[in-house]
Design a protein around this ligand. Structure first.
Ligand code: FNR
Length: 185
C-alpha cells in the first residue's frame, strides 16, 4: 500500500465564484485515500520583488513552508490571454526564491486548466508546464486535463453535477497518486 501523501492545490483564479476553485474542490473530494489534499491560498502574496527578501512578507514565508512541507502540487487554473494568470506566476516565483532555495524542486506536479468556453485552457496549461523545466518539477503528462464549458458542470451549490467529468477527475487523481509514488524522492 502506498504511503499517505500531503498535496497542496494552488488555484490560479482569485475571484470568489471561480470555476477553477469549484474544480479544485471536486478534485480534493475525489482524491484517493492516500492523498491528503488542501488548498494553499495565493491571493495575498505581494508581487515578487527581490528587495523585500531582507524582511520577507509573512505570506511569502507561509507559501514557501507550504511548498517545502508538501509531497506534491496540483495547479488548477483558468487561462488569461492564452497564458497563466499573473497571480499564479507570482506564486511560482515567490516559492522559487531566495536564490538557491527553490521549494518546488523535485515536487511531483499536475495541471488542470479550466475555461467556460468550448475552446481554451491549452495556453495556460502549457505556460505552467514551461516553468516546471527550470523549477525542476516532474510533471504528470497523462491524462491531460483541459476542462471546457466548465460553467455547465456545477449545480447551484457549486457541486460537480456531471458524471463524465466526475469519472475523468477521479481517474486523473488516481493517476496522480501513482505518479507521486513513482517520482517522489
Ligand atoms: C479570460 N478568459 C479567457 N478564457 C480562455 O479560455 N482563454 C483566454 O485566453 C482568456 N483570457 C482571459 C483574460 C482575462 C484577463 C480574464 C479575466 C478572463 C475567460 C476566463 O476563462 C473566465 O473568466 C473564467 O471563468 C475565469 O476562471 P475562474 O475565475 O472562473 O476560475
Amino acid at each position: 500500500m502506498s504511503q499517505q501523501r500531503e498535496v497542496i492545490v494552488l488555484i490560479g483564479s482569485l475571484r470568489k465564484a471561480s470555476l477553477s476553485r469549484k474544480v479544485a474542490n471536486a478534485l480534493i473530494e475525489l482524491a484517493p485515500a492516500g492523498l491528503r489534499c488542501r488548498i494553499a491560498e495565493i491571493g495575498d502574496l505581494p508581487v515578487f520583488n527581490e528587495d523585500l527578501e531582507t524582511d520577507a512578507p509573512p505570506s511569502w514565508t507561509r507559501l514557501r513552508k507550504d511548498v517545502k512541507n508538501c509531497d506534491a502540487v496540483i495547479f488548477v487554473t483558468p487561462e488569461y490571454n492564452r497564458s497563466m494568470p499573473g497571480g499564479l506566476k507570482n506564486a511560482l516565483d515567490v516559492a522559487s526564491r531566495p536564490e538557491g532555495k527553490n521549494m518546488w524542486a523535485k515536487k511531483p506536479a499536475a495541471v488542470v486548466s479550466v475555461t467556460p468556453y468550448k475552446l481554451g485552457a491549452f495556453g495556460a496549461n502549457h505556460a505552467i508546464r514551461q516553468t516546471f523545466v527550470f523549477l525542476d518539477m516532474p510533471a504528470m503528462q497523462q491524462p491531460e486535463a483541459y476542462i471546457g464549458e466548465a460553467a455547465k458542470l456545477f449545480d447551484d451549490d457549486g457541486k460537480l453535477a456531471n458524471d463524465d467529468t466526475r469519472k475523468f477527475l477521479t481517474k486523473f487523481m488516481r493517476a496522480f497518486s501513482k505518479w507521486i509514488d513513482a517520482t517522489r524522492m
